[in-house]
Design a protein around this ligand. Structure first.
Ligand code: SAM
Length: 357
């Protein structure tokens, strides 16, 4: 008993002596801001384009930054294992690590540059009001950006520039997770596919390349469709078409499969059932709906990314992240049956509901 108590107090002392985890959490935003800033200033791009290691003086001159500030930023990026250093005479020279080159340079095909930009310029500002969001139970667009968020997507798309930035954010994660979500279920039986809220068409492209027999229609708000046509989907994507409309009001085209990727997490349960019921009516018999979302575990214990995303949905939208059982309940209320789900092990998972033949 005494030995037990002693061990317990040893553990308490070890926790009090150095609260490593708490310190990491407290200072986590310093890391985010360091990465945002290095991306925004163009540190990784400049090192990549130079095709040789550069000194702090060369980088500060190229990027119009103070030498002292640049030296500290480069040191922090080295500590974060995004840069490596080598000594040349008196000078320290910096290079991108392979991970920084692949994911943080603008021109890389799997770049997270746009996600980082949006996190820095938009999400970070909303999170400043997280405490208010928790108290009030609503998003914080009005406080963060001075825009009324009664119409959520009017607030998100408050200028053409903001809309393109949002579309770039949506686009970038599918370079990393798109293949997994499109392959989590065998979608080859579905020939006519409609991607509702298909945005930049990133998932539509994965679909057509994975399933050579299918065509995909991207259904989205008119301005988004026009931008997607202009900036994201080229004529080379011959099996991808477009349909402008409001999925809460306008007729939904008939299809064998509807993809709703990161759609339901924006909305309340009531709106979700309303939308899914419209989808169910339009769906061909024997067809299905594929939800792509970050699934929470049933017991609420994780994954941490989905838990944090659910807070993000609170500060930014009207929705939340949900468990597979919660999505099953929404699908069942709309008429879908035989609901199955798959965790991909990455950020986004899938839920498939069927309409009887
Ligand atoms: C969070 S984004 C998801 C985009 C895309 N599915 C993805 O995962 O990359 C939500 C999408 O729904 C579209 N959207 C929102 N409200 C809509 C509506 N009422 N009718 C049609 N599309 C809508 C938005 O324009 C946006 O493209």
């Amino acid at each position: 008993m005494a030995e037990h108590q002693e061990r317990g107090s040893d553990r308490a002392q070890a926790i009090e002596a150095y609260p490593r985890k708490i310190l990491q959490y407290m200072e986590g935003f310093l890391i985010s801001k360091t990465v945002f800033t290095a991306c925004e200033l163009g540190v990784f791009d400049t090192l990549h384009e130079a095709q040789r290691p550069l000194s702090a003086a060369e980088l500060s001159a190229a990027l119009g930054a103070s030498l002292d500030g640049m030296e500290r930023l480069l040191a922090a990026c080295t500590g974060l294992e995004l840069l490596t250093t080598q000594q040349e005479n008196e000078r320290v020279l910096y290079s991108n690590t392979e991970e920084a080159r692949v994911y943080l340079t603008h021109s890389s095909p799997v770049s997270l540059y746009h996600s980082i930009q949006y996190s820095s310029k938009t999400i970070y500002l909303c999170w400043h009001y997280l405490t208010d969001a928790i108290r009030e139970g609503t998003n914080q667009y009005e406080k963060a950006f001075g825009v009324n968020s009664k119409d959520l997507f009017q607030a998100l798309y408050r200028s053409d520039e903001e809309m393109v930035k949002f579309m770039q954010l949506m686009n970038s994660i599918w370079n990393i997770c798109g293949r997994d979500v499109i392959r989590a279920f065998d979608l080859s039986p579905f020939k006519v596919i409609c991607d509702l809220g298909g945005c930049s068409g990133a998932l539509a492209k994965h679909c057509t390349s994975t399933y050579p027999q299918c065509t995909v229609t991207i259904f989205d708000l008119p301005t988004v469709v026009r931008t997607s046509r202009e900036h994201f989907v080229t004529s080379a994507h011959s099996r991808i078409g477009f349909h402008e409309g409001d999925f809460f009001k306008d007729p939904i085209p008939k299809a064998d499969l509807y993809i709703l990727a990161r759609i339901l997490h924006d909305w309340t349960d009531q709106c979700c059932v309303e939308l899914l019921s419209r989808v169910y009516k339009a769906c061909n018999p024997g067809g299905a709906v594929l939800l792509v979302e970050a699934l929470l575990f049933e017991d609420g214990s994780g994954p941490l990314t989905a838990q944090l995303y659910s807070l993000n949905m609170l500060v930014q939208t009207e929705g939340r992240e949900r468990t597979a059982a919660q999505y099953t309940a929404l699908l069942t209320a709309a008429g879908f049956t035989s609901v199955q789900h798959r965790f991909t092990g990455k950020t986004y998972d899938t839920v498939l509901g069927r309409k009887q033949t």
